[in-house]
Design a protein around this ligand. Structure first.
Ligand SMILES: CCC(=O)SCCNC(=O)CCNC(=O)[C@H](O)C(C)(C)COP(=O)(O)OP(=O)(O)OC[C@H]1O[C@@H](n2cnc3c(N)ncnc32)[C@H](O)[C@@H]1OP(=O)(O)O
Length: 321
């Protein structure tokens, strides 16, 4: 059961940042819309000598755990961060696997929704500190950061409505991962905490930029500056959480997952073409300058106008009472 839902926080971007500049450079009428419809590409992968193949090989040297993906008939997929011996910390090979799973989801044309969860009743404790210690030089750190920024940006832009199901702790990079989903549902006892300050860091996987857009700069400053423990109540208050679930009855996590699927089902009921179009117009509205977003919206509109769902609705003379 969902106890309550928080209001949506809308962001007005007054000036495009680096990514905005990137979009402005590559955008021409309709081009970005086409890009969105195909699934989104990567974020400036060639910038500053970032070599995806090289960092991939480096990350593979730190194995452990897995990222598991189950695509369900319902059109809702479940992505599980699975490394319970390390509280689901991201090993290097898990970062590479996450990229592969995101690629698979980009190709999944029947998909409508995605739930991101951690294995064994906890969400994710960020990057594996053993790997972090081994690549603590600035060059490798920067490459890992760009790799994860790229993957999480693609995750958020998937044409699927996505939910982070937060049971237990989401720490550091785990907290950043929750912001790469459209929604966050928390289970009592769950906690989202940007602990970066205590590690002498700031978020680098895009988590700060996304957090500001979700909770506003005042709340983001408090969360990062105080390394605040955000519990479900506070999460709802500041708009970080979209709902609080009852959670596990037996500690298995199964009940929370069922609840999350029911919650998400309210928004993913309907034809995949329409649900995916909804996500695409929202992503473009969120990320693009208004003029480009309007062009994209027109392009996306063109994919559903006169389509099977539209014709069926017209034929049924639906009333929306
Ligand atoms: C992108 C930037 C980042 O993400 S930096 C990483 C930020 N994350 C952290 O600093 C998390 C550090 N870990 C903790 O605070 C605690 O382990 C938490 C997660 C609160 C769990 O505490 P507790 O329930 O007492 O369990 P525990 O400490 O005994 O942990 C169980 C085993 O898991 C391991 N673990 C945990 N987190 C990580 C991690 N991020 N990287 C590598 N290993 C991790 C612990 O070391 C412990 O392992 P072991 O049983 O001692 O072998």
């Amino acid at each position: 059961m969902v106890l309550s839902a928080a209001g949506q926080h809308l962001l007005r971007v007054s000036r495009p940042g680096a990514w905005g500049q990137h979009l402005l450079r590559v955008s021409r009428p309709g081009a970005w819309g086409q890009h969105l419809l195909r699934g989104i590409g990567s974020v400036s992968t060639t910038a500053k000598g970032f070599q995806e193949k090289e960092i991939r090989e480096k990350l593979q040297a730190f194995p452990g755990g897995s990222i598991d993906l189950v695509k369900q008939e319902s059109g809702i997929a479940v992505l599980t961060v699975n490394n319970p011996a390390r509280m689901n910390a991201f090993s290097g090979s898990m970062m590479v696997e996450l990229e592969e799973r995101v690629s698979q989801l980009e190709e999944w044309t029947e998909g409508k929704g995605l739930i991101v969860q951690g294995a064994a009743g906890t969400f994710c404790s960020g990057s594996d500190l053993n790997a972090v210690r081994a690549i603590s030089n600035p060059q490798d750190g920067m490459k890992m950061c760009m790799f994860m920024q790229n993957v999480l940006t693609r995750l958020l832009r998937l044409p699927l409505l996505s939910v982070a199901l937060v049971e237990g702790s989401a720490l550091g990079g785990g907290a950043e991962l929750t912001t790469a989903c459209d929604f966050r549902l928390m289970v009592p006892g769950g906690m989202i905490r940007f602990v970066h300050k205590h590690m002498g860091l700031v978020p680098g996987w895009g988590g700060a930029a996304r957090l500001v857009r979700i909770v506003g700069s005042q709340n983001a400053l408090k969360m990062l500056g105080g390394a605040l423990k955000v519990d479900p109540e506070m999460g709802l208050q500041i708009g970080l959480a979209d709902g609080v679930l009852e959670g596990s009855l037996d500690g298995s996590g199964a009940n929370a997952l069922l609840e999350a699927e029911q919650w998400l089902g309210c928004y993913t009921t309907g034809p995949a073409s329409v649900i995916r179009a909804i996500k695409n117009v929202v992503v473009s509205g969120r990320e693009l300058p208004l003029e480009v977003a309007l062009r994209t919206e027109r392009d996306v509109f063109g994919t559903v106008w006169g389509g099977p769902a539209n014709l069926q609705a017209l034929a049924s003379k639906a009333k929306h009472k």
